[in-house]
Design a protein around this ligand. Structure first.
Ligand SMILES: Cc1ncc(C[n+]2csc(CCOP(=O)(O)OP(=O)(O)O)c2C)c(N)n1
Ligand SMILES: [Mg+2]
Length: 317
């Protein structure tokens, strides 16, 4: 078991929260355009898992709700924010936007807009890890909605058959855009869906970083030791809309949202657990504000990409 520094995890979760709040603000100011899916509410999942991985060789891949994953892996907030504002200083030179950022150095393979696609892509990464004998594992994140996509089951089949080192992480926030889980997912809990393929799975509270760490440690150990796939499902909630335009009122009640924000906020739960004093929290807030301010300043002062960039870093026939 790795040594867990809860204060560092709290600080990281706070960075994700404040960064996303700022991104939401910049979006409303028309500085960010297109899709932008905020991770607010779900921070304990990626920050808990990040504390356990081997950053020298493990590789993460996730959905379009990806800003938090990049920050947790140590990608520069300036580059991420500049990408959101479509500037040349962005991680993808302003050409990828919110859903398309990558970092080979930090072991981050994106950022993907196709629901369910992280399962086959993450499985392919695991194939490469095994084939190249890197000793690393692949950690493939997806939402509860993705669990209804056929390609997820095709991935389970091959990952089990070929004994690939992949941990599938289901971030179950209870909704796929405006469709509640109960309206689209048949059968019991989602992690059980891998069992017929011989893949073990477990479920835990994704709002309690300790529960995240416990279940992720089990999953990571299982995958690394056996060179076989495993699934973990983490129950969470997104505090904001699906994307920036969202008919929240139509598919869930204000009371439900308020209840979750008041009683199930992963930041508050961790803060109470490790008994952080107000002065320490203030100090963290101050440090993080500086980072987020600097990211915004960089993102707004970086120029837009030149037209000559249109044909670089992209496939063209
Ligand atoms: C293959 C495919 N079908 C539909 C969409 C449209 N779409 C975008 S997000 C989304 C919901 C996914 O929900 P979930 O997997 O629970 O992730 P969350 O947004 O809750 O993080 C859908 C249907 C898509 N991007 N890709
Ligand atoms: Mg969901």
């Amino acid at each position: 078991m790795k040594n867990i520094n809860y204060k560092d995890i709290y600080k990281q979760m706070l960075l994700l929260r404040r960064f996303e709040e700022r991104a939401g603000k910049l979006y409303k100011m028309n500085e960010i355009a297109g899709f932008c899916h905020l991770y607010i509410g779900q921070e304990a999942i990626v920050c808990g898992i990040r504390a356990l991985i081997d950053s020298t060789k493990d590789i993460l891949i996730t959905t379009y709700r990806d800003h938090g994953h990049m920050l947790a892996l140590g990608m520069d907030p300036k580059g991420v924010m500049a990408e959101l504002t479509g500037r040349i200083g962005g991680v993808s030179k302003g050409k990828g936007g919110s859903m398309h950022m990558f970092s080979k150095e930090k072991g981050f393979m994106g950022g993907h807009g196709i629901v369910g696609a992280t399962a086959p892509l993450g499985t392919g990464i695991a194939f490469a890890q095994k084939y190249n004998e890197t000793g690393g594992i692949s950690i493939s994140f997806m939402g509860d909605g993705a669990m209804n996509q056929g390609q997820v089951f095709e991935s389970f089949n091959l990952a089990s058959l070929w004994e690939l080192p992949v941990l599938y992480v289901i971030e179950d926030n209870g909704y796929a855009i405006g469709t509640a889980k109960g309206r689209c997912c048949a059968g019991g809990e989602l992690y059980n869906r891998a069992e017929p393929f011989g893949i073990p799975g477990r479920i835990a509270d994704g709002m309690d970083v300790d529960s995240v760490i416990e279940i992720a440690q089990w999953g990571i150990d299982y995958v690394r030791k056996n060179c076989k796939p495993a699934v973990i499902q983490l129950s969470t909630y997104r505090f904001r809309g699906h994307s920036m335009s969202d008919a929240t009122k139509i598919y869930r009640t204000k009371e439900e949202e308020e209840y979750m924000i008041q009683n199930r906020d992963c930041l508050k739960i961790l803060q109470q657990k490790i008994q952080l004093s107000d002065s320490v929290i203030d100090q963290y807030e101050e440090e993080i504000k500086k980072i987020v301010d600097a990211a915004e300043e960089f993102a707004l002062s970086s120029p837009e990409p030149d037209a000559s960039e249109l044909y670089t870093d992209v496939y063209s026939a």
